[in-house]
Ligand binder design. Structure first.
Ligand code: ADP
Ligand code: MG
Length: 224
């Protein structure tokens, strides 16, 4: 396996805190990784830097041989759209669009050809069927339960077959049975799309099942 991610001596400082304090990390293409650590240990910050949502104060973030530090804001936006799928605890579905339009938004932003758009449409409809949310597609996000919204969110994150699927406490507001289902789904789908999966969770049962575990403390990786 070749490394898809290389993080070198990454630091992220805010006025009041050192969120990341010299992180070095390699991740292999197609593998799955779990990040654990107490609240405030820097897990989300690390995910945001990987996803190009923020920039490090120091150090290099190299994804798929691109050094994110050297990209312009416009290039970072393209990177996020084409390479990254995000799943957060709280859903960022747009309230003014029905779920199908929410799901097709990344494809529209990517400016795909009509043939590629059709392919995405078929993938999204297929996933909706697999995840049991076909009946939600014409509805608006507020008409859905938390679990349904999270499944729509997952489908949107996967719609463009991202190289990297970043999940920040994706089961934070679900009960344990639904949490297990969601994690299983993320693993199955990322394996199918050959995406590298990175999950942040507090749930010890979920954590146990991952072979690659990264433990963070005070902005550093204490075990990888
Ligand atoms: P975790 O996800 O592990 O709970 P975070 O990465 O969210 O940790 O935060 C790490 C540290 O950085 C915390 O002390 C947090 O308060 C601080 N932090 C995170 N984001 C910001 C921000 N936007 N402004 C100031 N401090 C921040
Ligand atoms: Mg966090």
């Amino acid at each position: 396996m070749s490394p898809i991610i290389k993080i070198e001596n990454v630091k992220k400082f805010y006025k009041q805190s050192h969120a990341l304090n010299g992180v070095n990390l390699t991740m292999n293409e197609g593998d799955e990784y779990l990040i654990r650590g107490a609240s405030g240990s820097g897990k989300s910050t690390l995910l945001y830097l990987l996803g190009g949502l923020d920039r490090p104060t120091e150090g290099q973030v190299i994804v798929n041989q691109k050094n994110l530090v050297e990209l312009s804001d416009e290039e970072l936006a393209v990177y996020r759209n084409r390479y990254i799928g995000f799943v957060f605890q709280f859903h960022f579905l747009l309230p003014s669009m029905n779920c199908l339009n929410n799901l097709l938004l990344p494809a529209r932003l990517a400016g795909l050809s009509s043939e590629e758009t059709l392919e995405v449409q078929e993938r999204v409809l297929g996933l909706a069927k697999t995840l049991g949310v076909t009946q939600c597609l014409e509805k608006f996000p507020f008409e859905l339960s938390g679990g349904e919204q999270q499944r729509i969110n997952i489908i949107r994150a996967l719609s463009l077959k991202p190289k990297l699927l970043l999940c920040d406490e994706p089961t934070g507001n679900l009960d344990s049975e639904n949490s297990k289902k969601v994690i299983q789904l993320l693993r199955t789908l990322s394996a199918e799309f050959k995406s590298t999966l990175v999950v942040v969770t507090h749930d010890p049962v979920i954590a146990e099942s991952f072979s690659n575990q990264i433990l963070m403390k005070d902005g550093m990786i204490v075990r990888a």
